[in-house]
Design a protein around this ligand. Structure first.
Ligand code: IMP
Ligand code: MG
Length: 181
């Protein structure tokens, strides 16, 4: 783990080590493997941030018969309306009647996941659950609780293990938090 990383002139310090992350993903995978024992879940990785988490979680669930698909969410901000409109792009998998496990990097205000859940339900998934690596309960603006959570964290800005600042920092193996000045 690095002592400090810097992006766009902002300094980040160590927050969650890769070993801790992998240990938690192991535990989540065990729970999911139990919960979906005789099912055939479709993991739905929300690009871009969730891809390292989804990759590890999916492979740690090797004892169940599972599939994976990907979607990318596009957000529109600063419009005249609420600024929370999200468009789901490129969901090509047929999810009708499927047990879907949405795999997210982080749930912050919860708006992204809320929009996505609406879309998935409209497409008649049999059951939709959410696995998120990180959850900021204090930032939540809607009524929502993830089914599988890696870490509950305070409302501070983090990077690493898929999470970015302006596209940078996703390839860090550990998670770092923005330093308080
Ligand atoms: P939401 O507020 O729950 O809709 O989250 C929107 C998106 O903001 C997430 O999918 C992340 O891409 C991003 N995000 C939220 N918190 C952080 C953070 O601490 N670091 C990096 N990205 C974040
Ligand atoms: Mg995201």
């Amino acid at each position: 783990m690095k002592q400090e990383v810097e992006y766009n002139g902002m300094a980040f310090e160590p927050f969650i080590s890769n070993a801790e992350i992998e240990e938690r993903i192991d535990a989540l995978a065990k729970t999911i493997t139990k919960d979906y024992k005789d099912k055939r879940p479709l993991f739905l990785c929300v690009l871009t941030g969730a891809f390292p988490f989804a990759s590890d979680l999916f492979r740690k669930c090797e004892d169940i018969n599972a599939e994976i698909a990907f979607i990318r969410l596009k957000s529109y901000e600063g419009t005249a309306t609420s600024g929370k409109v999200k468009e789901v792009l490129g969901l090509d998998a047929d999810i009708e009647g499927r047990d879907v496990i949405v795999v997210e990097d982080i749930v912050d205000t919860g708006r992204t996941i809320a929009g996505l859940l609406d879309t998935l339900r409209a497409r008649n998934a049999a059951n939709v659950r959410v696995a998120t690596l990180l959850f900021k309960p204090d930032a939540l603006k809607i009524d929502f609780k993830p089914d599988y959570t890696g870490f509950e964290i305070p409302s501070r800005f983090i990077v690493g293990f898929g999470l970015d600042i302006d596209g940078q920092g996703r390839n860090l193996n550990d998670i770092y938090v923005l330093k308080n000045k």
